[in-house]
Design a protein around this ligand. Structure first.
Ligand code: IMP
Ligand code: MG
Length: 191
């Protein structure tokens, strides 16, 4: 008998479900185990990049079996549009110093790489012991700058995705799956 969770991956504004709820959850579990092994014997400073990474981070850290602190950075790189402006604004900085810490940044998606490159430089300047990134999604084909992404959930194609933290005009972040919006929805908000 099909499970309820699979049939719940639906929303009237979504045309295609790119990554389903169960697939995301299974990947979080595996990535968490991989990160646990990679940092064995260390304490992590998890830096969640808001807003997009909030849901991924909350699921991922449950599967990381290490002592850790969690801190938050809020950045804005797109305004409310679907195109990268290349400008990163820090809306909220970290509360804790990362000096000498093993820092793991948690991102929702790396697209052009401009946001991550900027944040990596900003944190490197604060002299952590190590710095790595876990990103749920990687739009590798869209990269404009070379930037390392040590832990990747899924590689995705060049299309605008929403759900599981990812937004369009600040909406759809609450969906438990990732998908593509109906074209009419984008056309209603030309930016
Ligand atoms: P980058 O600077 O171009 O790598 O963009 C990174 C940020 O752009 C991500 O953290 C997201 O907030 C946003 N972004 C990029 N692609 C998408 C997408 O397909 N859907 C929603 N947000 C996206
Ligand atoms: Mg982001």
């Amino acid at each position: 008998m099909p499970e309820k969770t699979a049939s719940a991956d639906r929303h009237p504004d979504i045309t295609t479900v790119t990554i389903g709820t169960r697939q995301i959850q299974a990947r979080c579990k595996k990535l968490g185990a991989e990160i646990t092994r990679a940092y064995e014997g260390r304490e992590l400073m998890v830096v969640v990049v808001l807003k997009g990474a909030f849901m991924f981070a909350s699921d991922l850290v449950r599967h990381i079996d290490l002592p850790m602190q969690v801190d938050f950075l809020a950045v804005s790189s797109y305004g409310d549009s679907t195109k990268s402006s290349g400008t990163v604004r820090i809306l909220k900085d970290l509360q804790k110093d990362v000096l000498g810490k093993d820092v793991l940044m948690v991102e929702d998606i790396v697209d052009t790489g401009l946001t991550l490159a900027y944040l990596r430089q900003m944190l490197t300047d604060r002299h952590p012991r190590s710095l790595a990134t876990a990103s749920l999604l990687d739009k590798k084909v869209c990269r404009k700058v070379e930037v390392p992404v040590e832990f990747v959930g899924f590689e995705v194609a060049n299309e605008f995705l929403v759900g599981y933290g990812l937004d369009f005009t600040q909406r759809y972040r609450n969906l438990p799956f990732i998908g593509v919006l109906r074209p009419e929805i984008y056309q209603q908000h030309p930016e």
